[in-house]
Write a protein that binds this ligand. Structure first.
Ligand SMILES: [Zn+2]
Length: 485
């Protein structure tokens, strides 16, 4: 078999279970939908493996010359605490019960925290980040249509999608009814015609977030989780989208249900390419609060690491491979970023005449590094291979003495790597004496996080630690930076 050309972007499609060339419906433009956060608690680093994968995907698709439109939803209602079957309590309501805040306040607080984390982790902002609670009407019109078509039914005000009416149900995950029944952990819901049927609309007088039914003949209630993604993706991207991503645990039942209700509604194929990131392991185990290996983004910053270091540690392995996160992995990230930045800094000095330039034009080495990087990323976003190409290029640059033009060529290559991976930081300044050491920059990041969390005592302690090292914080419109005191 001929191997595909190295610069054709090939991605693993969970639906076909094979690697496929990205073929957008409109030439030159790619639409992407990402299942976003459920905003009921502080985002943990496992969530961000999946979100950072989506960010790297978007960046590389843009690098390939496509115009990307990216939508990521914010789930602020309807996500029940037992994902695998219809059951449990709404996550927002459960958090409200535990904290005493209203469900609306919980959503507001953690949505803001999520946006902060995205900034800290250098995520390129999706073009649209709609909230589920702003799309109740759009969900209603889909429910209305499904009821009219007879693929959904209403019992005691609850509306269920009738899975038996959609024979392709299970095509993504391969899950069948027997497995679902065997795995069921709650009592069978007698209202449903079939245990596989899932809720589109629920009625519960105790629920804080409720709306008059946005469809004909309905009762006051709130939407199910799955229907929100169908409504929001369709609103921004139309009935058919090119790429849909999520974490591997979203595949069933969430994505299976999205497919059923969307395709029953539109009669069209919902998604061209389904992509799923593997969940993150921490110290070799699935992250859980009871095992003590549970880290929020703020926890990691609190240990003195920067957003860039955490980003590097979470993207350095291809999204489908298992990635074991450890604190020593963050130390490795720090030294890897340092190596790249030191190399770039020397190139800046050569380019700017602060160091005597040599004769190497770097053209062949840069072209080779670019090609290796592209081939790795085209191979289903193989970030670890792409990083190997980056570090090989660092080695070549460090061995050579580039000319002024050669330094410029090499810097342009690093700028492209940074544009795609976003984990090294901007081009460093020529003069090292004006650059604060990485440890102090990490303290500055922590202080920013502390200020956002309104932890003034911690913010002051961090400022004092920075001052003790001989630096001071300058608050500028572009954000705080460090200057020698
Ligand atoms: Zn979703």
């Amino acid at each position: 078999m001929n191997s595909p050309p190295p610069n054709v972007l090939r991605l693993y499609n969970s639906m076909s279970r094979s690697v496929e060339e990205l073929r957008p419906r409109t030439p030159g433009a790619v639409t992407m939908y990402h299942c976003g956060p459920t905003v009921y608690s502080s985002p943990h680093i496992g969530n961000f493996r999946s979100f950072l994968f989506a960010d790297v995907l978007r960046r590389f698709v843009e690098d390939r010359g496509y115009r990307v439109t990216q939508v990521m939803n914010v789930t602020d209602v309807g996500h029940l605490t037992l994902d695998d079957i219809e059951g449990g309590e709404d996550k927002m309501e459960a958090a409200s019960r535990k904290t005493g805040l209203t469900a609306w306040d919980i959503a507001k607080k953690y949505e803001a925290e999520f946006h902060d984390c995205q900034k800290t982790l250098h995520v390129r902002l999706p073009h649209h980040m709609p909230r589920a609670t702003d799309f109740i009407a759009q969900m209603g019109s889909i429910i209305d249509d499904l009821l009219r078509k007879g693929v959904a039914y209403q019992v005691n005000g609850n509306v269920y999608f009738e899975v038996a009416k959609f024979p392709a149900y299970g095509k993504l995950s391969g899950k069948v009814l027997d497995e679902l029944e065997a795995g069921a952990r709650v009592a069978v819901n007698d209202e449903k015609k079939d245990p596989r049927d899932f809720a589109l609309w629920k009625v519960d007088a105790k629920h804080q977030m409720q709306w008059d039914a946005p469809f004909r003949g309905g009762a006051r209630g709130f939407p199910g989780w799955h229907i929100e993604c169908s409504a929001m993706s369709m609103h921004y991207l139309g009935p058919e989208i090119d790429v849909h991503t999520g974490g591997e645990d979203n595949m069933f039942p969430h994505h299976e249900c999205e497919i059923a209700q969307t395709e029953a509604h539109t009669g069209k194929r919902f998604v061209g390419l389904w992509m799923h990131a593997r969940h993150l392991l921490v110290d070799g185990k699935k992250m859980s609060k009871s095992l003590g290996n549970f880290f929020t983004v703020a926890d990691v910053l609190g240990k003195g690491y920067s957003g860039l270091e955490l980003r590097y540690a979470l993207i350095r392995v291809q999204y489908r491979q298992s990635l074991n996160f450890t604190l020593s992995g963050l130390d490795e990230a720090r030294s890897a970023i340092g190596r790249v930045q030191q190399c770039r800094q020397r190139l800046v000095r050569l380019r700017d005449g602060l160091e005597r330039a040599g004769t190497a034009d770097m053209a062949a080495a840069a072209a080779k590094a670019d090609a290796a990087f592209t081939a790795a990323m085209c191979d289903d976003l193989n970030v670890s291979e792409a990083l190997a190409a980056v570090f090989e290029f660092v080695g070549v640059c460090n061995r050579e003495t580039p000319s002024v033009a050669g330094a410029r060529t090499a810097l342009a290559t690093f700028a492209r790597f940074e544009d795609v991976l976003g984990c090294f930081g901007p081009e460093p300044a020529a003069d090292a004496t004006n650059e604060a050491p990485a440890e102090l920059l990490a303290l500055l990041e922590q202080r920013k996080a502390a200020k956002r969390a309104k932890d003034w005592a911690l913010a002051d302690t961090l400022r004092d630690r920075i001052a003790a090292a001989g630096w001071r914080i300058v608050d500028a419109p572009t954000g705080a930076r460090l200057e020698k005191a």
